[in-house]
Design a protein around this ligand. Structure first.
Ligand SMILES: NC(=O)c1ccc[n+]([C@@H]2O[C@H](COP(=O)([O-])OP(=O)(O)OC[C@H]3O[C@@H](n4cnc5c(N)ncnc54)[C@H](OP(=O)(O)O)[C@@H]3O)[C@@H](O)[C@H]2O)c1
Length: 331
């Protein structure tokens, strides 16, 4: 089988499509023919050794896939050859075949494409955990979402609307603002791309404050970081919750006096660790996501696909801040 492999830390240009032996399913495992692998920002980081997890090399990036069962390992019940599934695998998805723990696989619903299926779990599960468990979001509140046309950002916009909140989307271009509005955002602001000097940072904060209104945001969802973080925190409301989700623009430092002034909370979000520590709560969220998907209240927005041999281009596209919704590598 073919796999897009990282042999040494580096950017997407270091990935090589190579022929490797087919993996064999051990007890409790499924051998899955990958049909689609969604791209996520962790793929940008993992190949450069900048992610929390550093798999042994060589490895293929690609943390979430959809495909069909090709072979079933010993002791597996409930899965048969040909079944369509979705799986979260951490890495290894940019390959023709992959091993999946049977207990962690989810059936891909009838009528849904492999592309959509591969693009569902990571972003929506991160955002539902962030908004409900960490953000304590309630209907009628105001939610400010940064990077609102990206993977996790757009999922937060849709989930915010599904839970009856006023969503203010913040993005770096008019095109992205249109995407966020189409996903249900009540308002959208376009921020500059930076870098920001003192004056620029003050103007950025005013942009956020004007958009959320005098009461401030009850919840700020921040998958962007960098200079955007402090400016957004300044637009939070009394007892608001600021959700730390990711840092494509850099790891920010926040002045703690701002939290005292607003009596607000800065909440870390780490969906992978949450799912490992509390599988039952995570499974309940995932069941909710499948229901919302079935009801048409959320739906993965796959904006572009690349074939496996061009998978590196998909990762480069995301690293260049060009991703809108989800990017998917088809196999
Ligand atoms: N905490 C968790 O459990 C968890 C789970 C999943 C993902 N994440 C993290 O969430 C972040 C977003 O992931 P994603 O898959 O949604 O990525 P994405 O689709 O690329 O979204 C990231 C957004 O960040 C903004 N951005 C600002 N500066 C950027 C830069 N220099 N390069 C790229 N984007 C930049 C872009 O929006 P604008 O251009 O509109 O600013 C972009 O849409 C990543 O840091 C990822 O590691 C965290």
């Amino acid at each position: 089988m073919k796999a897009l492999l990282s042999h040494a830390p580096g950017g997407p240009g270091t990935l090589r499509l190579e022929e490797v032996a087919d993996p064999r399913p051990g007890p409790g495992q499924l051998l899955v023919r990958v049909r689609a692998c969604a791209v996520n920002y962790p793929d940008v980081l993992i190949i450069e050794d900048k992610y929390q997890f550093k798999p042994p090399r060589p490895f293929a990036p690609g943390g979430e896939i959809a495909g069909t069962v090709e072979a079933v390992g010993e002791g597996v019940a409930g899965w048969r050859e040909g079944d369509r599934l979705i799986a979260m695998i951490g890495h290894g998805g940019m390959a023709e075949k992959v091993l999946v723990g049977a207990a962690t696989a989810l059936p891909l619903p009838e009528g849904r494409s492999f592309e959509e299926g591969s693009a569902l779990i990571l972003t929506y599960a991160t955002s539902i955990h962030a908004l409900l468990d960490r953000g304590r979001l309630q209907a009628g509140q105001t939610l400010l979402v940064l990077g609102a046309a990206g993977g996790v950002g757009l999922a937060a916009v849709e989930l915010g609307k599904a839970y009856g909140v006023r969503v203010v989307a913040a993005v770096s271009s008019e095109d992205k603002a249109g995407v966020a509005r189409a996903a249900g955002a009540d308002a959208a602001l376009v921020y500059p791309r930076g870098p920001f000097d003192k004056e620029g940072a003050r103007a950025l904060s005013q942009l956020f404050k004007d958009a959320v209104g005098p009461g401030g945001a009850d919840v700020v969802y921040d998958p962007v970081g960098g200079d955007y973080a402090e400016a957004a925190l300044r637009a939070i409301g009394w007892e608001g919750r600021y959700l730390v989700v990711g840092f494509p623009a850099g790891i920010p430092r926040l002045p703690l006096n701002l939290t005292l002034l607003k009596s607000c909370d800065v909440c870390g979000v780490f969906w992978g660790a949450f799912a490992a520590r509390d599988p039952a709560a995570n499974a309940a969220h995932i069941a909710t996501l499948f229901r919302l998907w079935d009801e048409g209240r959320i739906a993965p927005k796959v904006s572009r696909t690349w074939p496996l041999d061009k998978g590196a281009e998909a990762i480069a596209w995301m690293a260049a801040r060009k991703a809108v919704g989800k990017l998917v590598v088809t196999v």
